[in-house]
Design a protein. Sequence first.
Length: 134
Amino acid sequence: MVEYRIDRRSGVATYLQIVQQTKQALRLGQLEPGDKLPTAREVVEATAINPNTVLKAYRELEREGLVEARRGLGTFVRRGLGAVAPADSPLRAELAAWAARARTAGLDREDVAALFTAVLEEQFTPVTPEREHS
């Protein structure tokens, strides 16, 4: 089961943090179709957030077709997201080694996130004719 961690200083709306963390759990295989999400009450007890915030996040996930609410039973995963390398894959090991080197080089979490995001943008932005010649 997923455990939500709310960062009140992130600037990201609380309900979006729940949506993002749920999607990450789906991508990493921590949640799979048929799995039950924590109840709103469980999330509220663990995070001290408003129950309506949890319900808003779950409604967004439902709107995206990722989960479904079953009256009287809870909210369940309908489908997963993309395939991420499993914990024992060479890609994950390489990324972990890179992160360790970045930390040793003095980069903090935000520095690493910024660098990684910049590289992702470079690697996953479609090539347009203007970019091809630059």
